[in-house]
Structure formats: structure tokens, C-alpha cells
Design a protein around this ligand. Structure first.
Ligand code: NAI
Length: 338
């Protein structure tokens, strides 16, 4: 622990909180990989979230600086930085929500699956600790390849005997954020009003935006819809290439991660009708994990919503993505059990 507080100021904080935040419950959020390209702006955005009372920043290096910096912001949460394996238990204890952006990002020419060998091991270790120290927390998995890291987490949790499929989420919000932005540009509608579900998984063709269900509706040609779909699928690669070796999406990902974490916290707090797309354990297709609209609640996933009507183009996309998604899931399961 990098932060010591006097008992007087702690007492004051408790008193102040009981008056100022009314019925907003205490919520501890832990970010694992908090000193990274995503982790730092995500720590900033979570520090700005009034639903958070305790912000725990864990990484293998550099968290004291990030925690000291973010901790000076005059918002509700107390911030503590934890560094290294020995402090992982303390970072996780009591967490309601754990966000995981730990691991290496892509460089130009790499697929998300190229990250598997390094990130699978990192995710396995972190999930083993989560099972031990905060088995009831919601998990927001950002580390790639998400199509495989979520099944890895599920297997690790099953082995530990605490797996709750309602509490494990692959974060696909950035695909939704991108689909909304790109659609608004082509449809010429105010971006803030746009909604687009994105289903499937989080890599290449497994990312399937459902522009036929986009609102506000617009009459876009087949060619434009094909181009929008491709741009959404390649959005991550667009950023990787523009950054030319200096990493992948971090700022837009931090925004998307903060948005999804906020939705999870609202669900936990009993806010009704919180719906976001996420990659979760699912029975809406024959695949055991699938991204679709999910209603969030006090237990995490309250309901996995069905896909709704798909255009012929989207139906083809759905069939085309299944083999890759299936093999990414199997690769994760195999790794966790080897
Ligand atoms: P980065 O390399 O800038 O940061 C990763 C951080 O993880 C580093 O600070 C590193 O020290 C830390 N780390 C490594 N091993 C760790 C461990 N065992 N425990 C805790 N922390 C550990 O990478 P960046 O850009 O932040 O990306 C992180 C991950 O997020 C990558 O796997 C990337 O592919 C993924 N990502 C996922 C997206 C999504 O939509 N789900 C979008 C963009 C990136």
C-alpha cells in the first residue's frame, strides 16, 4: 500500500461521506494494469466517476506515481496504488468491480491473437488471484485477445469453484463507440443520439455491427454499409497503424472502458434498464461465449438479449464469424486446462 491516512482524516471522510453521498453505496473498483496506456486514462476517468468510493490501482510497475497524481483530484474516491505481486491481494480485497487492461498491445502487422502467448498467462495469474481475494466482484476483461481471455477467466474461475457467469464480461464497448462514430458520419445524424448494437466477438470479422438496427434510421446504400462494417472491424488496426509501433487504442479504449464500468456500477446499484453490448457466456447462438446486448443489474448479467432481426448481409456476417470465434474460445479453454 502506498498511501497512509491519519485516523482523524479517515473519520472525517466517513462522516462527510455519510452526509454528502446520501444513498450512493460504497464501491471499490480495482484496475489491473493501471499504469499502462489504457490504465492511466482509465484511472483518470474512474476517478471522475461519483459512483466510485475507492479506486485501487494495480500494476507490476509505476503505480505509486499514477496513484499520487490521480489521487490529487478532488472527487469522491480514495485512491491507492499497489505495485507488484506481493500487493495484489490488498489491491483486490473488497473490490466490487475489477477492470483488467493488463498485458501487451498490438504493433503494426499483428493480430489480436498474436498477443495470446503473453497475455493468456497474465490473465490466468490475475484471475487466480481474483478467485481468491474478491470472488464476488464483476470482471471487465479488456486484455486481448478478448475472444480467448474471457474463456480463460471462466475456466480459471471454474477450477477455483467460484465461477459465476453473470459476473464475467469481455469489454467490446469500443466496437460500439466506433460503430456509433462512423455511422453518425455517414448517416449525417447527431452522434450523441446514435445507437448501434455490435455482436459476435472482439477481433476482425468476429466484430459484427448491426447497422440495420441503428438509430436514428438512415437509408444508407449496401456499399456504404459494407464499408462501415469493415471500418468498424478494422478500427483497432486503423489506430495501431496510425500510432506506428507506439501501441494501440488507449484513449478511446479508456473512454469505452469507463463507460462500460459505469454501466456495471449502475446495474449493481439497482438502476433499471441498463443495457450495453458485452462478450459474455451465452446461449443465444451455439457458441458458449458471444457478444450481444446485455441487461445489467445487481448480480451482473440480468438478461442476455436476443439479436433481433438481422439483414441478409448481417446473417452472412454472423455465419462467417462463427468458425473463428469458436476456435478462439477453444484455444482459451485449452490453455487454461493445460
Ligand atoms: P500497455 O503496454 O500500455 O499497458 C499494459 C500494462 O499492463 C503495463 O503497465 C504493464 O506493466 C501492465 N502489466 C503487464 N503484466 C501485468 C501483470 N501481470 N499484472 C498487472 N499489470 C501488468 O498496453 P495498453 O495499450 O494499455 O493495452 C493493454 C491491453 O488492452 C492489451 O492487451 C490490448 O490489446 C488491450 N486492448 C483491448 C481493447 C478492447 O477493446 N478490449 C482495445 C485496446 C487495447
Amino acid at each position: 500500500s502506498m498511501l497512509v491516512r491519519s485516523s482523524a482524516s479517515a473519520k472525517q471522510a466517513v462522516i462527510r461521506r455519510s452526509f454528502s453521498s446520501g444513498s450512493v453505496p460504497e464501491r471499490k473498483v480495482a484496475i489491473l494494469g493501471a499504469a499502462g496506456g489504457i490504465g492511466q486514462p482509465l484511472a483518470l476517468l474512474m476517478k471522475l466517476n461519483p459512483l466510485v468510493s475507492s479506486l485501487s490501482l494495480y500494476d507490476i510497475a509505476n503505480t505509486p506515481g499514477v496513484a499520487a497524481d490521480v489521487g490529487h483530484i478532488n472527487t469522491r474516491s480514495e485512491v491507492v496504488g499497489y505495485m507488484g505481486d506481493d500487493n495484489l491481494a490488498k489491491a483486490l480485497e473488497g473490490a466490487d468491480l475489477v477492470i483488467i487492461p493488463a498485458g501487451v498491445p498490438r504493433k503494426p502487422g499483428m493480430t489480436r491473437d498474436d498477443l495470446f502467448n503473453i497475455n493468456a498467462g497474465i490473465v490466468k495469474n490475475l484471475c487466480t488471484a481474483i478467485a481468491k481475494y474478491c470472488p464476488h466482484a464483476l470482471i471487465n476483461m479488456i486484455s486481448n485477445p478478448v475472444n480467448s481471455t474471457v474463456p480463460i477467466a471462466a475456466e480459471i474461475f471454474k477450477k477455483a469453484g467460484m465461477y459465476d457467469e453473470k459476473k464475467l464480461f469481455g469489454v467490446t464497448t469500443l466496437d460500439v463507440v466506433r460503430a456509433k462514430t462512423f455511422y453518425a458520419g455517414k448517416a449525417n445524424v447527431p452522434v450523441a443520439e446514435v445507437n448501434v448494437p455490435v455482436i459476435g466477438g472482439h477481433a476482425g470479422v468476429t466484430i459484427l455491427p448491426l447497422f440495420s438496427q441503428a438509430t436514428p434510421q438512415a437509408n444508407l446504400s449496401g456499399d456504404v454499409l459494407t464499408a462501415l462494417t469493415k471500418r468498424t472491424q478494422d478500427g483497432g488496426t486503423e489506430v495501431v497503424e496510425a500510432k506506428a509501433g507506439k501501441g494501440s487504442a488507449t484513449l478511446s479504449m479508456a473512454y469505452a472502458g469507463a463507460l462500460f464500468a459505469d454501466a456495471c456500477l449502475k446495474g449493481l446499484n439497482g438502476v433499471p434498464d441498463v443495457v450495453e453490448c458485452s462478450y459474455v457466456q451465452s446461449t443465444i447462438t451455439e457458441l458458449p461465449f458471444f457478444a450481444s446486448k446485455v441487461r445489467l443489474g445487481k448480480n451482473g448479467v440480468e438478461e442476455v438479449l436476443d439479436l433481433g432481426p438481422l439483414s441478409d448481409f448481417e446473417k452472412e456476417g454472423l455465419e462467417a464469424l462463427k468458425p473463428e470465434l469458436k476456435s478462439s474460445i477453444e484455444k482459451g479453454v485449452k490453455f487454461a486446462n493445460q
